[in-house]
Ligand binder design. Structure first.
Ligand SMILES: CC(C)(COP(=O)(O)OP(=O)(O)OC[C@H]1O[C@@H](n2cnc3c(N)ncnc32)[C@H](O)[C@@H]1OP(=O)(O)O)[C@@H](O)C(=O)NCCC(=O)NCCS
Length: 156
């Protein structure tokens, strides 16, 4: 027997912009996934990317029967690294019990539609090199290695 939720049809999932009343559910979902309660971080992120900033900042949730099952956050950024505006994806997360049912794909595609609507032609993201799960997901969406490399240094 499995605890996984069975969706009769993918369209039962509703992808929509996050609203204020989603905040507690988002904090709980992130805590379920990461094991860390980051209330301050999520309040600040929500204030920055939440419902009132829809032209270039996007915070989308996947809702199923009144519960948030996943979310994605992205932003159109211009002239970073000398590049014309492009869409950046900062995070995508789906509740473990509802994964592999297409929710991540629906979130990704809806965000890409929003990016297209904002007039950009490319989508980018950054991820941990050893995160095979997230790499498989983004590769499945057609994403491949881009022209940039990341550099870092410790600040003593
Ligand atoms: C990555 C994630 C968002 C995918 O969500 P999802 O709803 O399961 O994704 P989908 O069902 O739309 O899967 C789309 C494709 O991604 C790939 N994929 C997803 N999960 C996979 C897995 N466990 N193993 C291999 N490939 C996988 C597959 O190609 C899949 O297509 P398929 O089902 O036809 O094989 C989800 O696994 C997750 O939240 N992981 C943790 C994310 C995380 O660490 N985020 C923080 C950094 S951004």
């Amino acid at each position: 027997m499995t605890n996984a939720i069975t969706f009769r049809k993918p369209r039962e999932i509703h992808i929509r912009p996050a609203v204020n009343s989603d905040l507690l559910g988002l904090i709980a979902l992130d805590e379920e996934i990461t094991g860390l309660a980051k209330r301050k971080y999520w309040k600040e992120t929500f204030a920055r990317y939440g419902a009132r900033r829809r032209l270039s900042r996007f915070f989308l949730v996947a809702e199923y029967r009144g519960r948030i099952e996943g979310f994605i956050i992205g932003e159109v950024r211009a002239w970073e690294f000398g590049e014309p505006p492009c869409g950046w994806i900062f995070t995508v997360q789906v509740r473990p019990k509802t994964r592999l049912k297409g929710i991540g794909t629906q979130l990704f595609e809806t965000l890409c539609d929003a990016f297209r609507h904002a007039g950009v032609q490319k989508v980018r993201t950054m991820m941990a090199r050893d995160n095979q799960l997230v790499l498989s997901f983004f590769r499945s969406q057609g994403m491949m290695a881009g022209p940039f490399i990341e550099l870092e240094a410790a600040l003593d």
